[in-house]
Design a protein around this ligand. Structure first.
Ligand code: GTP
Ligand code: ZN
Length: 187
């Protein structure tokens, strides 16, 4: 794996001032945003790309609201968002749209992936410990409901898990139910 690391730049946002740095792994341009002050045990959000939710405010999933929640909390308390460009749990945007089309016909989020020949979740988190080590961070407060993220971070101690709970609505109800019942999310 080739990993290129960019310089660090300022990134003022509506929620507060952050800094940004990009980590280019082969063709995937991941990035982190982090606060100037990083506490000894910082709040960390590992967020996989969801263009529809994060940017276009889709309420079919909880991603956009989770990102908002994390940015607000981290701007206030200090920490880092690690934004991984593994859209659609790793199948990419084109395939996610096809999966959504299957969901429009009654298949759930896992079944739709499987209809397209993909496993439910193809994501990897091995870049995360590498990034944290760059910042000499070995203890974190992890903002997640996903048990896979809790067990994927080698050599990093998760001192506390902060739930990122988004209220359900008619459009995300089934999605959250499948996350809880079939993917084991702590909801
Ligand atoms: N294939 C597929 N991907 C989806 C669907 N809905 C959301 N996603 C993707 O699911 C991923 C969610 O990422 P995260 O919010 O970081 O993680 P999470 O697994 O929800 O766990 P949390 O840390 O608790 O939020 C993103 O890559 C989304 O694009 C879907 O219906 N199908
Ligand atoms: Zn989403």
């Amino acid at each position: 794996m080739s990993l290129q690391i960019s310089n660090i730049a300022k990134l003022p946002t509506q929620y507060g001032n952050f800094k940004i740095q990009s980590f280019k792994e082969n063709e995937l341009e991941h990035f982190i945003i982090f606060t100037e002050e990083l506490p000894l045990i910082p709040f960390i959000r590992i967020h996989s790309e969801c263009l529809t939710g994060d940017v276009f405010k889709s309420i079919k999933c909880d991603c956009g609201e989770q990102l908002d929640f994390a940015m607000k909390k981290i701007a206030k308390e200090g920490g880092m968002i690690i934004y991984l460009r593994q859209e659609g749990r790793g199948i990419g945007l084109f395939n996610k749209v096809n999966a959504y089309a299957f969901q429009d016909h009654g298949f759930n989020t896992i079944e739709a992936n499987e209809k397209l020949g993909f496993e439910a979740d193809l994501r990897k988190f091995d870049l995360v410990p590498k990034i944290l080590k760059e910042f000499k961070i070995d203890k974190i407060k992890l903002m997640t409901n996903n048990p896979r993220k809790l067990s994927a971070l080698e050599d990093i101690e998760i001192v506390e898990r902060i739930p990122v709970l988004i209220s359900s609505c008619e459009y995300n109800y089934e999605y959250l139910k499948v996350k809880k019942e079939e993917l084991g999310h702590l909801l």
